[in-house]
Design a protein around this ligand. Structure first.
Ligand code: 3PG
Ligand code: MG
Length: 400
């Protein structure tokens, strides 16, 4: 892993203006933040800088306002939740550049925290224009990026600023990069990956990259059907991308060449409707009724998955094995997640999970805290699994 500077390299910062890029793109229901995980993740960096006497100036985006102010994407809606998590006053400025930002910063005392309005209210943010970067840079002496989950974007606040100011990784960015290095960068072997979720089409690059890096690839969820069908299995009414049969075959061929085992379900739990509590039965994968769909992998398959987890030294997990959001089709995901958590607790496994639904699935199984690391990143985690360089990370390494 390329070197990057961390908060350990930041001394004598009392009175310095530190621009901290955080990810406050959190879910909001009825005007209230419904999941504060991302805020909790960046709290240690904010607290540490504040305790060292810095003027802590937070930069973040919220939603996709496309370069102009949109009232319900104002970070003023998130500020109270940030205050609550930090248990410290957080001032707010109505613009991230110009007079509102400058005036608010002029009023700051050492250790104070200020949240600037949504960076995406300006077109220069996503375009990463030199003019906008320069405007942002005026507000700080030092730049800290603690937003791994936005590091796949080469935006002004995630990438551009690091070229202008001394740049450091925050504690969460640091933890994330260290965990990912253990997951795929330089992992203990054998490495097993579990990839689930509905569609192969969104994960082709990811699968192609993984088969070259891991010893076994477990494929679950709706996407398993596409692989099964490519092998000639009749998947009935199951979700299946038949047009991707050749792609699936190509991935299996690459796996065989690289010596990566592909683990597909040998049985499935089928139903006639996609709904919680739907009548269901467990069938051999070669006996899926024509009018039924697979909604979860079956118990024999779970045993095989758990055996692979037991053998593994490293597990990388993205995507559920079945339709975990509707009971009882959550069984396989929950069983495998618990087994991975047990192996991790016993010190036999490094387990790294992330991406979209994965965190909800692990929370649903009650084991998110038992994994070695659970990333709150969606797109950034997927791009990392695809083996891509993330611009927000790359620039921190370059400036180290
Ligand atoms: C996320 O929520 O995935 C990150 O904050 C990035 O947001 P974006 O997908 O709108 O760039
Ligand atoms: Mg996203």
């Amino acid at each position: 892993m390329a070197a990057f500077k961390t908060l350990d390299d930041l001394t004598d910062i009392a009175g310095k203006r530190v621009l901290v890029r955080v990810d406050l793109n959190v879910p909001v229901t009825d005007g209230k933040v419904s999941d504060t995980t991302r805020i909790e993740r960046v709290a240690p960096t904010i607290r540490e800088l504040s305790q060292k006497g810095a003027k802590v100036i937070l930069l973040a985006h919220f939603g996709r306002p496309k370069g102009e102010p949109v009232a319900d994407m104002s970070l003023s809606l998130i500020a109270p939740a940030v205050e609550e998590v930090l248990d410290q006053r957080v001032a707010f400025a109505s613009d991230c550049i110009g007079a509102p930002a400058a005036d608010a910063i002029a009023k700051m005392n050492n250790g104070d925290i200020l949240l600037l309005e949504n960076t995406r209210f300006h077109k220069g943010e996503e375009k990463n224009t030199p003019e906008f970067v320069a405007e942002l840079a005026k507000n700080g002496d030092i730049y800290v990026n603690d937003a791994f989950s936005a590091a796949h974007r080469a935006h002004a606040s995630t990438e551009g600023l690091a070229h202008h100011l001394p740049a450091y990784a925050g504690r969460t960015m640091q933890a994330e990069l260290e965990a990912l290095e253990k997951g795929l960068g330089n992992p203990a072997r054998p490495v097993v990956a579990i990839v689930g979720g509905a569609k192969v089409s969104t994960k082709i690059d990811l699968l192609m990259n993984l088969v070259k890096k891991v010893d076994a690839l477990v494929i679950g969820g709706g996407m398993a059907n596409t692989f099964l069908a490519a092998n000639g299995t009749n998947v009935g009414k199951s979700l299946c991308e038949h047009d991707l049969a050749d792609t699936a075959k190509q991935i299996m061929l690459e796996a065989a060449t690289a010596g990566c085992a592909i683990v597909l379900p040998s049985d499935g739990v089928v139903a006639r409707e996609f709904k919680a509590g739907a009548d269901n039965e467990t069938v051999d994968i070669n006996a899926i009724p024509a009018d039924a769909m697979v909604l979860d992998v079956g118990p024999k398959s779970v045993e095989a998955v758990n055996a692979w987890i037991g053998r593994a030294a490293t597990l990388v997990w993205n995507g559920p094995l079945g339709a975990f959001e509707i009971a009882p089709f959550d069984k396989a995901t929950v069983a495998a997640a618990r087994h991975a958590a047990d192996c991790t607790r016993e010190g036999q496994l490094v387990s790294v999970a992330g991406g979209g639904d994965t965190v909800s699935a692990l929370n649903h199984a009650g084991v998110a805290d038992d994994f070695t690391y659970v990333s709150t990143a969606g797109g950034a985690f997927l791009e990392w699994m695809e083996g891509k360089e993330l611009p927000g990370v790359a620039v921190l390494s370059r400036t180290a």
